[in-house]
Design a protein. Structure first.
Length: 317
C-alpha cells in the first residue's frame, strides 16, 4: 500500500475532493477514472486532515489530502481484460519499442464507455499491440492523453508502463508541445493572442465545460493562437494550448466569440458550412523519447477538412 499526499494550491481551493485527487494522481502518472476515485473515497482509502470526507467535499486552504493506494489499483495486471481487441486500420505516424503516435480519425472514440463498447481506439490498440493491456489501468491501453470523438490528429500511446510514466511527467511539466488547426466563425480581434480563462465543469450540463473564475472552481487554462488565413466569414487559426483541460480549445474559442465551425455544443447549432464534424485537428505534437531525443510528429489535414478550406479559398478568389 502506497500513501500519496497532496495540498491544494490557491487556484485549487474550493475544488471538489474527487476531481482534485483525480487530477493530482494523473499528474503523478496514476490514471484513474473519477468514478474509481469516488469509490476509493467512499471506501475509506482517502482522508482529509486525517478524517474521512465525501467526494463532494470542497477543499480549503491548507488541507492535507492523503490517499492510500494498493499496487493492484495503481497498475492492475490486466486492466483491459473486459475490452475486446478489434482489428482495425491504424495510421501510425511514429513507432519505437516504447512509444507510438497514431493519427486518430474523426468519429473514433478513444476510450470505451457507455454506448461505445467497441470500435474505439483502445479496441484497435489491443489488437495491434497486445502488450498495452497492462499499461495504465482502467481500460487505458497505454493512452496518456485524449482527443474528443470528432477531433482528428496526433495521439500518443505508451507501450510500456515506464514509457507511460515518462510521457505523463512531460504532460504534467507542460513540456509537450501541441499544435492544432481550427476553422472558426468570424475572426479574433487580433492576429495573435493569448486566451487565459479558467475552465471547470458546467454544473447545469455535466457533459460540458465552461469558463469559471478560480474561486468558483475553475482550473487554470491557457491557449495561444495565430490567425493563418482570413475569409469573409471565417478564419483558420493555429492554436497552441499550454494546458490540457477537457474541451479547452473549443471552450476558449467560443469564449472569444469565435466558435469552431461545426461545433454544435459550444458553437452554432446549425453549421455555416457543409461539414459533418467540427473543424479541429491535432496537427502536430513534440515530445521526448525514452532516450531523450526530441521527436516531432505531424498528421496531415484530413481530406474532408482540406475540401472545406479549398472551397473557401476558391470562393474568395
Amino acid at each position: 500500500m502506497q500513501t500519496h499526499t497532496f495540498t491544494p494550491a490557491d487556484l485549487e481551493v474550493g475544488e471538489r475532493l474527487d476531481k482534485f485527487l483525480t487530477d493530482q494522481l494523473a499528474a503523478q502518472g496514476i490514471v484513474l477514472s473519477r468514478v474509481r476515485v469516488q469509490q476509493l473515497i467512499k471506501e475509506g482509502f482517502v482522508a482529509v486532515n486525517g478524517k474521512a470526507e465525501k467526494p463532494s467535499y470542497r477543499l480549503e486552504a491548507g488541507d492535507q489530502v492523503a490517499a492510500q493506494l494498493a499496487e493492484s489499483i495503481i497498475a492492475p495486471p490486466d486492466a483491459n481484460a473486459d475490452v475486446q481487441p478489434e482489428s482495425m486500420p491504424l495510421h501510425v505516424l511514429y513507432e519505437d519499442d516504447q512509444i507510438v503516435a497514431i493519427d486518430k480519425p474523426a468519429a473514433m472514440v478513444v476510450h470505451p464507455a457507455v454506448g461505445h463498447s467497441s470500435g474505439t481506439l483502445v479496441n484497435a490498440l489491443l489488437a495491434r499491440y497486445p502488450q498495452v493491456a497492462s499499461v495504465g489501468g482502467e481500460n487505458r491501453a497505454g493512452i496518456v492523453h485524449r482527443l474528443d470523438k470528432d477531433t482528428s490528429g496526433v495521439i500518443l500511446v505508451a507501450l510500456t508502463e515506464a514509457a507511460r510514466l515518462h510521457l505523463m511527467a512531460q504532460f504534467a511539466a507542460r513540456t509537450i508541445q501541441k499544435r492544432y488547426l481550427a476553422l472558426v466563425e468570424g475572426a479574433p480581434n487580433t492576429s495573435s493572442g493569448e486566451i487565459n480563462a479558467p475552465i471547470g465543469r458546467d454544473p447545469n450540463k455535466r457533459k460540458q465545460m465552461a469558463i469559471f473564475s478560480a474561486h468558483r472552481g475553475g482550473r487554470e487554462a491557457i491557449s495561444y493562437f495565430n490567425v493563418l488565413e482570413r475569409f469573409p466569414q471565417h478564419s483558420l487559426l493555429e492554436v497552441l494550448p499550454k494546458s490540457g483541460r477537457t474541451h479547452q480549445i473549443r471552450v476558449h474559442l467560443a469564449f472569444i466569440n469565435c466558435p469552431i465551425v461545426g461545433d454544435t455544443v459550444y458553437g452554432r447549432r446549425k453549421p455555416t458550412l457543409r461539414i459533418n464534424r467540427h473543424f479541429l485537428h491535432a496537427e502536430s505534437l513534440t515530445f521526448r523519447s525514452m532516450a531523450g531525443a526530441r521527436i516531432s510528429v505531424q498528421a496531415p489535414l484530413p481530406p474532408e477538412l482540406e475540401r472545406v478550406l479549398e472551397g473557401l479559398r476558391a470562393a474568395q478568389a
